[in-house]
Write a protein that binds this ligand. Structure first.
Ligand code: MGP
Length: 258
């Protein structure tokens, strides 16, 4: 059942911040974004401190879920959220109803506890397979040889300092750089979507394009400002053929605000 979940966190490091007075000062900007991040924030969302800058805001998570759902072949019935965090993307995948199975992998126990709780607020806790562990490990053991899955990965970007440089060097991203992410996941799925900084070096990304093929990159924006970009590695079909459509696609990724 979706709705207000009365339970309060019973563990240090897991929070249900109800007022700005209790909110960490260094994260203040996120307090003002809380309803953009979670539409149901007031229904009892649980967060860790780190989750504030890693979680995908709900309208963007829904847009990515829609884009992934419509652009991969129907035979792909399983979606894996490799870095599930507090659940933003996995919840959106489950709510989309597109997938037979949604897997959410998270290695931090407290973060996963938040994700499960948040999924219960959105009524989808039981529609997600929760796997605690290192995603590279889990995926190599559980999904080797399967060809019906799509991997979505929103990795840590090494903290909030990613925007200090005009162009973000993906070879230095911590703890996993682009090469590690691409090689670690593309062995196990023909369809991979990476959620990366909006300032990511596109030349570095382009090196992973198959010969004579382009890679899809879409910026996801809120009120005109890009929050991040997604790179789609594999045979995604966005139903466009030429450059004019590329422009359309980027606009399409703009998420509506109330
Ligand atoms: P931001 O840069 O912290 O905020 O994150 P914003 O609103 O762009 O701040 P400004 O002051 O630069 O205008 C923007 C979005 O990027 C967040 O909402 C997250 O979705 C995403 N994001 C930020 N970080 C630091 C990470 C990260 O480490 N990993 C992932 N996967 N996403 C992140």
């Amino acid at each position: 059942m979706a709705g207000v979940v009365e339970e309060t966190p019973d563990e240090a490091g897991i929070h249900q911040w109800l007022s700005q007075a209790d909110f960490p000062n260094n994260l203040r900007k996120y307090w003002f974004q809380r309803y953009k991040i979670w539409d149901k924030y007031d229904q009892g969302i649980w967060m860790t401190e780190d989750a504030w800058f890693g979680v995908t805001p709900e309208p963007i998570a829904n847009k990515i879920a829609a884009h992934l759902g419509e652009s991969v072949p129907k035979e792909k019935t399983v979606i894996i959220d490799a870095f599930a965090g507090v659940g933003g993307n996995a919840i959106a995948f489950a709510l989309s109803g597109r997938w037979e199975q949604v897997f959410a992998i998270e290695k931090d126990a407290k973060t996963m506890k938040c994700a499960k709780h948040n999924a219960s607020i959105y009524g989808v806790q039981n529609k997600i397979f929760w796997v605690k562990g290192d995603c590279f490990d889990v995926i190599s053991k559980r999904f080797a040889g399967k060809n019906n899955n799509v991997i979505f990965a929103s990795p840590p970007w090494g903290g909030t300092e990613y925007s200090a440089d005009d162009v973000f060097d993906l070879s230095r991203m911590e703890p996993y750089n682009l090469d590690k992410l691409y090689k670690g996941f593309s062995r196990y799925s023909t369809h991979l979507c990476l959620f990366l900084p909006r300032t990511s070096d596109l030349n570095q990304i382009a090196q992973y394009a198959p010969k004579d093929k382009k890679l899809e990159v879409a910026h996801y924006c809120i009120v005109g400002a890009s929050k991040a970009l997604c790179v789609y590695f594999g045979d995604f079909d966005f139903g466009h053929e030429d450059e004019a459509d590329d422009v359309k696609r980027i606009e399409q990724a703009e998420v509506a605000q109330d």
